[in-house]
Design a protein around this ligand. Structure first.
Ligand SMILES: Cc1cc2nc3c(=O)[nH]c(=O)nc-3n(C[C@H](O)[C@H](O)[C@H](O)COP(=O)(O)O)c2cc1C
Length: 341
């Protein structure tokens, strides 16, 4: 394994930077590059394609699509927060049939690796979505958004109960092509995220996406009412990054062989590097896109630079590197580099 080379002063040795092999894999899903868009923050990628060539990314994760068209929640449905934002969009979208006909067809023709995100309000809806997507060309993987209320179980969010999370993934697995990569997208709003991770992997998920937004609330002090019409909303952006890194770390430790797509507040290549070191094999970029539409490709380039600066010749060597048992290896490297006797 290629190891990082650190200078004794604690800085990094950036001379003789190797070309970095950025290819990665999320289980059966091989990607030439590790940065994807986060679901809901870049629609189906068409708008971003005006700013950079979206085929250069690892892939596009599309906005979660439901069985039927939905107009989403009442407005206001976004509020600014320190270092982040709160949203309660409510899964507005065209429904699966129109999504397949328009968005997926465009993505396929554009040559994009597409991960389709699906969401439902009961297990049967997830099954039907999986059936609709089966045999549709141009799908590299399915991300299952389970941060939705289960209307058949008192509105409890699927992702917060191991049994419910598992039933959704089982249903999607059963109705999908056996070789289709299935990523279960987890919520951080649980006591033990590794319990949910174990449940979805047992149910047939081939990888884990983590994390979705965390539940928050803002009060508008002028109206003295909740700022969002939906009262609560999902917090995203840099404010949640340490929570997301912690989730990736814990899942990597509990399930060392399960690939992780990490996300939450990534704004720079250095942020993305944290997720890779914690155990993610690829990352998704969301909220930052709203003020910097070129962020995904910029972050991908910056991540390559970070890897080079830390002496990695391939991204895969850096995955989980923060979990190494002791810094003995680094001491060896420093000795080799500086010929310390
Ligand atoms: C406006 C908005 C809409 C979102 N819509 C979805 C969605 O449809 N499906 C989903 O799984 N996650 C959705 N998310 C969550 C993001 O995909 C991502 O998991 C989360 O925002 C953390 O990443 P970030 O901090 O980089 O945005 C949405 C987030 C935002 C801000």
């Amino acid at each position: 394994m290629t190891r990082a080379v650190f200078s004794p002063a604690g800085g990094t040795a950036s001379e003789q930077r190797p070309d970095v092999d950025m290819s990665t894999s999320l289980g059966f899903l091989d990607l030439p590059a590790p940065v994807l868009t986060a679901s809901g923050c870049a629609a189906a990628g068409r708008e971003l394609d005006q700013f950079f060539d979206i085929t250069e990314l690892g892939g596009i994760v599309t906005k979660s699509v439901m069985l039927q068209p939905r107009s989403g929640r009442a407005t206001p449905r976004m509020a600014e927060t320190p270092s982040g934002m709160l949203n309660s969009i409510g899964l507005q979208g065209p429904g699966i049939d129109q999504f397949i006909e328009k968005d997926l067809a465009w993505l396929e023709q554009r040559g994009v690796r597409t991960i389709v995100s699906i969401a439902g309000s009961n297990v049967d809806e997830y099954s039907k979505l999986a059936q609709k997507l089966r045999n549709v060309p141009g799908i590299a993987g399915i991300e299952v958004n389970i941060s939705c209320p289960n209307v058949e179980n008192r509105g409890l969010v699927f992702a917060c109960q191991p049994d419910s999370a598992s039933s959704v993934i089982q249903a999607v697995r059963r109705f999908s092509d056996p070789k289709m990569p299935i990523l279960a997208k987890l919520s951080p709003d649980v006591t033990d995220i590794t319990e949910i991770a174990h449940a979805v992997v047992r149910a047939g998920a081939t990888g884990i996406s983590v994390m979705n937004t965390t539940l928050g609330m803002v009060i508008n002090t002028d109206t003295m009412r909740p700022a969002l019409a939906g009262v609560t909303g999902g917090l995203s952006g840099p404010a949640i990054r340490p929570i997301a890194v912690r989730c990736v770390w814990q899942i990597r430790k509990a399930l060392p062989d399960v690939p992780i797509l990490g996300m939450g507040g990534i704004r720079t290549g250095q942020d993305a590097f944290q997720f890779i070191l914690a155990g993610a094999s690829a990352v998704s970029v969301g909220t930052v896109v709203f003020n910097d539409p070129s962020a995904p490709i910029r972050i991908q380039h910056e991540l390559a630079q970070q890897l080079a600066d830390h002496g990695f010749s391939s991204l895969s060597d850096a995955v989980s590197f923060a979990h190494r048992s002791a810094d003995v290896d680094l001491v060896d490297d420093v000795e080799e580099e500086f010929e310390i006797e």
